[in-house]
Design a protein around this ligand. Structure first.
Ligand code: GCO
Ligand code: MG
Length: 402
């Protein structure tokens, strides 16, 4: 039996903040897990360092399911993004270790490949529609077969989802940036620019759009209806998902496929949405929904109800969780799509991801484990850099959903 002899929490900021857990076993095998929670990174680092590391040392590294149950049920205070991100990191690192010990890539441990690569969607954006159109063309030239499109709404300063520099990075300020939101202007503009994209590029690629939890179910149903003839791959996060009944109303109003789940952290958050078929795609991530062990359970539940997967993959998911996501994506029968926002080149000075983008799909590494590496010396060169996600306010000054 190999035991966990070291557990190190590495906080680094090559281009953006990441928290990584590195476990080492008595046999000298190491494993990595992503513990990044955008804008609340140090809370997870402390949860790990102060509360989980003492429990990990000396425990059997082989018993992944038992470890998961021990950390989830043992805490008594179950769920929540901080707890579940920490549990995810431990779980992912243990899968990495098991793969290395077995001499198998994680996708083989999970039952083997059901497909060669995971279809991904990239993020096209622009401050204006013409910039957005250029960006969609750029993604098509890069071989992407699925593209998410977002642009700033005229008269609404600082619309979310729009790239400012080379990479779209919503956690951009040392204190939360306050952005304006105007539902009427958005509802008027979004169908027009999405239509323009279909008119310009046709239907031979998947078009996606993220509403970022901004609408009431009535508004979302109306938007979905208006977008029907554009045949979106999905309309993402149309409404805040705390109230799962919202989705019944949206579903009844439109046949535009619905995706939700990036802010979920357990199977309980998606149970009703899946079992009542109120959504088409479940978008939880390895990093925030309990690691490979729990995400796989969510995906299997979804399979029973013909709900497909579409995991979150913004830049705040480190190359470690992206690697884990791709291993899982290629094995699950009900895979739908994987979000993929390329990290800034500087991120790769610290992380060497195993996956490769070819023909619009991510291909996992064939190396044992997850196939991702972290250079600790390089990580030390990039100290933590406090950054917050923005806050949305309506024109009357009140806070809107973000
Ligand atoms: C997406 C997202 C992200 C989130 C970000 C929050 O669909 O990729 O909505 O851009 O806003 O991951 O940390
Ligand atoms: Mg989103």
């Amino acid at each position: 039996m190999a035991t966990i002899t070291d557990a190190k929490v590495i906080v680094t900021s090559p281009g953006r903040n990441f928290v990584t857990l590195k476990l080492t076993t008595s046999d000298g095998v190491t494993g990595l897990g992503d513990a990044t929670l955008n804008g609340r990174e140090l809370a997870v680092a402390s949860y790990l360092r102060d509360h989980l590391v003492p429990l990990l040392l000396g425990r059997d590294a082989d018993r992944i399911e038992d470890m998961w149950q021990y950390l989830y049920k043992g805490a008594y205070w179950r769920r929540g993004p901080v707890t579940m991100t920490a549990v995810s990191a431990v779980d992912t690192a243990l899968w990495d270790i098991k793969g290395k010990v077995a001499g198998m890539p994680v996708y083989d441990l999970l039952g083997g490949k059901a497909r060669e690569g995971a279809l991904v969607y990239g993020h096209a954006s622009g401050a204006t529609v013409s910039e957005l159109i250029d960006d969609v063309a750029r993604f098509k030239d890069l071989g992407y077969r699925a593209i998410r499109a977002q642009t700033a709404v005229p008269g609404v300063a600082g619309t979310y989802g729009v790239r400012k520099g080379a990479v779209y990075e919503p956690a951009a300020a040392a204190l939360p940036d306050e952005q304006l939101w105007d539902t009427e202007k958005y509802l008027d503009f979004a169908p027009r620019y999405l239509t323009e994209i279909r008119e310009r590029f046709g239907f031979d690629f998947h078009l996606l759009h993220d509403v970022h939890h901004r609408l009431t179910p009535t508004e979302a149903g109306r938007l979905g209806q208006q977008l029907e003839e554009l045949r979106l791959f999905w309309m993402e996060d149309p409404s805040p998902a705390e109230l799962q009944e919202n989705f019944r109303q949206i579903r009844q109003a439109t046949t535009t496929p619905i995706a939700v789940g990036e802010v979920f952290n357990s199977i309980w958050d998606c149970q009703q949405l899946i079992t009542e078929r109120l959504i088409d795609y479940i978008r939880c991530s390895v990093a925030h929904a309990g690691g490979i062990t729990h995400l796989r359970r969510i995906f299997h539940l979804a399979e029973l109800y013909q709900v497909r997967t579409g995991s979150h993959g913004a830049t705040d998911l480190s190359p470690v969780s992206m690697s884990a996501a791709v291993h899982l994506d290629v094995t699950v029968p009900n895979f739908g799509i994987q979000e993929y926002m390329e990290h800034a080149p500087v991120t790769h000075e610290v992380f060497r991801p195993g996956y490769e983008l070819r023909d619009g799909a991510l291909h996992p590494s064939d190396a044992p484990g997850l196939g991702v590496e972290l250079d600790e010396e390089a990580a030390a060169r990039f100290p933590y850099d406090p950054k917050y996600l923005p806050v949305g306010r309506r024109s009357d000054g009140s806070v809107h959903d973000w």
